[in-house]
Design a protein around this ligand. Structure first.
Ligand code: GLV
Ligand code: MN
Ligand code: MN
Length: 410
């Protein structure tokens, strides 16, 4: 089987681990589908001669030891959770590419000086516990042990309880000392239209946008939908709707590519004939410039606060704040040199999506590659990337990993 075929087969196999068959990939962290994917990845790691371990977050590591004692590892990987009804490529494509790099090391019996570690990270999307980038933030310590344990899903199940349900140990160490990491490499689908439109198979990511996520709660008063006169209502949903309808204008006014989205909304008690007394919704704000991001955050807060004196209680909790990140220039230059040597056309690109790579860039040298996304679509069942493009990523990362782990080429 060719490399492309192997990659395609694995994407198809993983896409079966979904809670919504026929309606895209829904793989929430610590769910049954997580467990099936996890077992698949651990088996593959073992097949490629890697030593498998999980940390106290449920991140998976497959390690090929190096010859230098206690040397830091070159990490390659991505996440394996998904958004609700998402695609088969966002995350797993990067893990499969990393596994195929390890397979080439095994096939060619390469012995590195520095260890090579394949990583499969949890909860990048934040679909179950909110915030996102949880596997990497826990690893670098920007999400503390206590904050991790406090997180609950929408049904009130805590992270540690959910881990125990699939047999994971939430009490294992989470934080990893930066001195144990030499570099982090991630391949991801672009999730936008640029590479396809330019007909270029590889994007070398130079920078990742800043992003923040707020969880807004509006509390009013419940009441009977038929008997409460219109002028005596404190309807939390009507207020939430008024706020949400004004958000796009704030991003447009800010300009410079600033974007804002409300994608999740919970209405309580959620009965057709009950005036809602509570609404909780997400606000996701992104921009290439931190000052734009901060400006919009304060305008959103002002807007929400303005309903305080109208009988509503409001809060806006910041679940995530990540400033824009520039990735390692030397690794980017190396990836361009290797692509040119392999005859693979490339261009520089910036990422509008958040990635674990941005978290690791605070503690280590990070390199990131994009491959084209069909019609620029992502976070939907139609998401698709060509396995041949993913195979290019394997070739580039294989050459790069050989250099970074200082394989003895005899
Ligand atoms: C992850 O896909 C994100 O950008 O939110
Ligand atoms: Mn995503
Ligand atoms: Mn992703």
């Amino acid at each position: 089987m060719s490399l492309d075929e192997r990659i395609e087969k694995q994407i198809n196999e993983l896409s079966k681990f979904t809670a919504t068959p026929g309606k895209g990939t829904t793989r929430l962290t610590y769910s049954k589908e997580d467990l099936l994917t996890r077992n698949y990845m651990k088996d593959k790691m073992q097949e490629y001669g890697l030593t498998v371990r999980e940390d106290g977050l449920g991140n998976i590591f497959g390690k090929l030891e190096g010859t230098v004692k206690d040397a830091p590892s070159v990490l390659i990987g991505s996440h394996f959770d998904s958004v609700p009804n998402g695609g088969a490529y966002d995350g797993p494509a990067g893990v499969i590419v990393a596994l195929e790099v390890a397979a080439l090391f095994a096939k060619n019996q390469l012995i590195p000086k520095y260890p090579l570690e394949i990583v499969a990270l949890i909860e990048e999307e934040g679909s179950r516990f909110g915030g996102g980038l949880m596997g990497s933030r826990g690893m670098v310590g920007s999400l503390s042990e206590d904050d991790f344990k406090r997180l609950k899903d929408k049904d009130g199940i805590t992270t540690v309880e959910a881990m125990a349900e699939i047999g994971l140990d939430g009490f294992l160490p989470k934080k990893r000392e930066p001195m144990t990491i030499k570099s982090f490499l991630e391949l991801h689908i672009e999730q936008g239209p640029i590479l396809e439109e330019k007909d270029i198979p590889i994007g070398v990511v130079e920078a990742i946008v800043g992003l923040t996520q707020l969880e807004v709660t509006i509390e009013g008063k419940a009441g009977h939908a038929g008997t409460t006169p219109m002028d005596r209502r404190t309807d939390a949903l009507v207020t939430a709707a008024q706020i949400i309808s004004r958000l796009p204008g704030l991003a447009i006014e800010e300009g410079e590519g600033t974007v804002i989205t409300t994608g999740r909304l919970h209405v309580f008690p959620n009965g057709a004939n009950v005036i809602p007394d509570k609404v909780v919704f997400s606000v996701d704000i992104r921009s290439g410039k931190e000052e734009n991001m901060n400006h919009v955050i304060s305008k959103v807060r002002e807007l929400i606060d303005s309903y305080q004196n109208q009988g509503f209680q409001t809060t806006a909790e910041q679940l995530l704040y990540m400033p824009p990140k520039i990735l390692n220039e030397e690794i980017s230059a190396l990836m361009k040199e290797i692509s040119a040597d392999l005859g693979i056309p490339y261009c520089s690109i910036n990422s509008g999506a958040g990635h674990d790579a941005m978290v690791f860039s605070d503690v280590t040298d990070v390199g990131m590659l994009f491959v084209p996304s069909k019609a620029g679509l992502s976070h939907c069942p139609e998401e698709w990337s060509d396995a041949r493009h993913l195979a290019n990523g394997v070739q580039i990362f294989y050459e790069l990993a050989k250099r970074l782990t200082e394989v003895d080429m005899g």
